[in-house]
Design a binder for this molecule. Structure first.
Ligand SMILES: C[S@@+](CC[C@H](N)C(=O)[O-])C[C@H]1O[C@@H](n2cnc3c(N)ncnc32)[C@H](O)[C@@H]1O
Length: 284
């Protein structure tokens, strides 16, 4: 793809994130309860300490950074960043609700981190590196802004077969003809899932002391409808499809998702979907 085309695609992706921000805000508590084991591993590896400067990239609602913010007090500051202002608004509200005060908010892009070289002790990035066009550039930027001895902790996703929570709805939408199959090769949930790929990128960006770990997660819903409701908030694609379907087609979609997920639904209708996040840590 030519440079101008990539920039256009980038802008489209970011517009989509801005539109999705309110939904991510509504689901922030639920997202954080699912993601907690991933964030806990990241924080345990990054070891933020009192007085340190922590940067969270692509923070969305900001929760991993807020766990670090508590650990760097007194004297430390969290820079909570995201590429879109809608997400920063959500993160600001959440900081207020959680009583986090040692935080600054900054609009930053992963591939061009507008901060001085060697200025932060810890960089955190949960569930975003795989969604951008140039993850190698982003990791080089993370390395640049870290002080010597600084720590990076991030998380992406393991392969699709380990993440039925994400694949069942997508596959059903394709099977029912509501969306086209996703083309491979570009940014996407599983674009850094191949064995060794993330480690290779971290090595290329001159990180050392690299460790990766698959962290299991479970997404729980009271019903299939509850699951589809969350997906409407988190996925612009699903929300657009749902919005244009008449009632009987929505019912058909709901039934098809329930049939595809049958093994994860108990007799009360509650859903428990497994997943696996690929977390990594490294030193600068
Ligand atoms: C899947 S959400 C993850 C949010 C949060 N880190 C979490 O784990 O809940 C991806 C986030 O990445 C942000 N984002 C997407 N592309 C970005 C980019 N190029 N630079 C910085 N942030 C980006 C989006 O705005 C969104 O907040």
């Amino acid at each position: 793809m030519a440079g101008d085309d990539i920039q256009e695609q980038r802008d489209l992706l970011l517009d989509g994130w801005d539109e999705a921000a309110k939904g991510w805000g509504r689901q922030a508590d639920r997202t954080q309860s699912v993601a907690l084991p991933v964030s806990e591993w990241m924080i345990a590896r990054a070891q933020p300490a009192p007085g340190e400067q922590v940067l969270e990239l692509a923070a969305g609602p900001g929760d991993t950074g807020y766990m670090a913010a508590r650990l760097i007090a007194p004297g430390g500051t969290l820079i909570c960043s995201d590429a879109v202002s809608g997400m920063l608004d959500v993160a600001r509200e959440r900081a207020e609700d959680l009583g986090i005060t040692n935080v600054e908010f900054k609009r930053l892009q992963l591939e061009w981190i507008d901060l001085p070289t060697a200025s932060v002790d810890v960089v955190l990035c949960r569930w975003a590196l795989m969604l951008i066009f140039d993850p190698a550039a982003a990791l080089r930027e993370c390395r640049r802004v870290l002080k010597p001895g600084g720590r990076l902790a991030l998380a992406v996703w393991d392969p699709p077969e380990a993440n039925p929570w994400a694949t069942i709805i997508q596959r059903t939408l394709v099977e029912l003809g509501h969306v086209e199959p996703q083309a491979g090769g570009g940014p996407g949930m599983f674009s850094l899932a191949a064995p060794g790929q993330l480690t290779g990128l971290l090595e290329d960006a001159a990180f050392f002391d690299i460790e990766t770990r698959s962290v299991p997660i479970v997404r729980r819903y009271t019903s299939v409808l509850d699951w589809l409701g969350e997906t409407r908030d988190l996925s612009r694609q699903f929300s657009a499809v749902w919005g244009r379907l008449p009632d009987e087609e929505r019912q058909r979609l709901r039934d098809a998702v329930a049939a595809a997920a049958a093994e994860y639904i108990d007799e009360s209708g509650a859903v428990a979907l497994p997943g696996s996040s690929l977390a990594a840590s490294a030193s600068a």
